[in-house]
Design a protein around this ligand. Sequence first.
Ligand code: ADP
Length: 505
Amino acid sequence: MTKTIKKVLVANRGEIALRVMRSCYEMGIRTVAVFSEADRSSRHVLYADEAECIGPAPSSESYLRMDKIIEAAKKHGADAIHPGYGFLSENAEFARMCASEGIIFIGPSPETMEAMGDKIRARKTMMEAGVPVVPGLFEPVSDVAAALEACSRIAYPVIIKASMGGGGKGMRVAANAEEVESMMAQARSEALSGFGDDTIYIEKYLQNPHHIEFQILADTYGNVLNLYERECSVQRRHQKIVEESPSPFLDASLRAKMAKAAVAAARQVGYIGAGTIEFLVDDDRNFYFLEMNTRLQVEHPVTEFVCGVDIVKQQILVASGEPLSYKQDDIVQRGWAIECRICAEDCDNDFRPSPGLIQRLSEPNGAGVRVDSAAYQGYEIPIWYDPMISKLIVCASRREYAIERMRRALYEYRVVGLTTNIQYLRRLIDIPAFKEGKYDTSFIEQNQDRLAARQGYHTEAEDIAIIASYMDYLMNFEENTAQTDDDSALSRWRAFGLQKGVLRV
Ligand code: ADP
């Protein structure tokens, strides 16, 4: 327990709420869960010491209701609120509301959040700190003629970005002058609907860069720790799918330079807590500041494995006014960690979300395996939220062993009742470019064929159905081998076996 924080309300749901509560438990801190009506039987609710329903399923009526969350914190006597990631985690207004109610917001100051949440402001701040930024504008642009003039100065291709954007939304690439006007309009309308602000700016679109980010921890005593990098270049539509630490692309000298820049960036904004400095790195090993995330990242566990630090615990310590438990010399990268995001989605059908009831679940475990999951057998994944159901993280002494371990863990992972991306991830980690560690942000696009489901490749649920079709075939042999032209006379299992090509007529 810390001196000032004895009870934490976690303003989030699912795997991340659970993950935060686990650190609280270890620290002897009591926890309060908040939940929507759709999440009544979620694991984070069952795990917490206390729980409060804050409204109907849509997040705008529950997990984004600042008033309801503050009210719950006061009712349950929580000293602090941990926002997790997403939802209110980068909302400066919420952090201010917490402060005015005497509740500790576990995160940086509202001013820092505002400064870094605005990409244009962040670019200016970083330039002042001497951190290289992606070439481009430092002012918003709205006029097409001015944009065209800027684009020809920056040189095509360019990327038009929402200043308040996040989650890969509100970004459009223009390959030439003809595309600028329509891409501006698209970026703006996506920004307006997604972030309520249509401010856009333009920067150079780097060809197939690496996305490499640095984890920072800072306390109120002036200590800024660098927990080194995460390689996040496996992305689909600018969203991360697989992350690893260390990055196979960095050598010791570039790592040291980027770490120095990341610490300078954090110091420039007087950063407190856990934060991430994202960089793009081009083939010539030039690195550029992309943005700073002022919260816990989805992919933080790979850093926790490699550096041996519980980032959430350090966040809580810092928020309670205590110093970080480590000095920079204590932070050493040991071994290799890889994370896969496990999602309820149909990768063979345009990644359509596939919520539903988990009828059977068997999660991997064993040496070097961590599953941050909110799922359980009999749990129904709600349609209302992100389709990510868990994160599978493995670590080993070397990269090749970590990949072998991930392959084994994905093989052990069984989810029956809904479609997941597990088979897709199994295909992904076997692609030569990934195995060799020679990939960049174009990886997914360049390996579409290898990632596509092969003919005759079955999901777990299909495997079970196929076995059932064989059993049905054998148990009703005479009936099933009788000649018939009437498909309706076929048993359901036999029809399935025929359709999959595993049974013959
Ligand atoms: P968001 O805040 O929406 O996550 P980011 O600015 O962090 O957006 O960018 C997300 C991803 O988009 C990056 O990891 C990279 O793959 C791609 N991207 C963004 N800016 C550029 C750029 N200037 N050149 C090339 N790719 C970019």
